[in-house]
Design a protein around this ligand. Sequence first.
Ligand code: SF4
Length: 274
Amino acid sequence: MTATPTPTHARPRAGHDTLVVTITPSHAQAYGQCPLYFSAVYQARPPHLATRAIQRGRHVHSLIERYTRALIEGHPLGVDAVIARVPVPPAFRDGGDDEQEAIDHARVGLRGYETWLEERRFATIVAAEQYFRTPPRPVAGVDGAALVFSGRVDLVALTRDNTLALVDFKSSSILTPEALHRAPSSFVYRHLGMWAYGHDDIEISQVVPATGHEVSVRLEPGHVEAGAALCRSMMASIKEQSFPARPGAYCAYCDHAARCPAFAGRGDIASTAF
Ligand code: SF4
């Protein structure tokens, strides 16, 4: 019999009987695509090693963070000054073409961000790479578990009509407006923004800095109800360690299709964790 994997994001609460379930935007997004996929990626496996593509993306994020913090502190830095202050990821540090190519790639991303920020004309830039974590709280309909939302927001800003904008930077593709409305991650980001800033007029955005491509949405009550229902279902799944497969369009891109009984069309797929 295979041992049940220890969830990385669900821990017994010290001194309490309840299990504390932590939901991040990416966890919710993965669970919304398919509970079995979520289990495979976030429960049963050690963290992924950062590929070169991931390191490249993180580098651009670090540059944007440095650039934005300098702006917030009132001592703006130009693109080249920021690039000089943020080291290139280890995988690219060869002192030669590889390193130069990484710097050139980062420069395109940061220049794009600079242009996008100017054109966006926020009233106030509030924070860069801000980490949020709500205190545990019970959720109606899910006994024996408490919910924590946590996550990092790439950029927090106030628009000129006093909307709180929470921006997620992406390295290439972003969701359509319809998909971003329905995205479980949008629900989690919105909740984090409401909790941290007491603001209920919240805009969720995805932006590709290099191109300035942007999608921004405000969630309607129906999206909020659907997001809350998904989080309740996710808490129950984690508590019961039950992750049914939900085959759908995402299967075509799923890293775990080769190990998935639903995808292979074999056997009973309900309540099966990797
Ligand atoms: S192949 Fe499809 S059903 Fe199977 S884990 Fe992936 S997304 Fe879920």
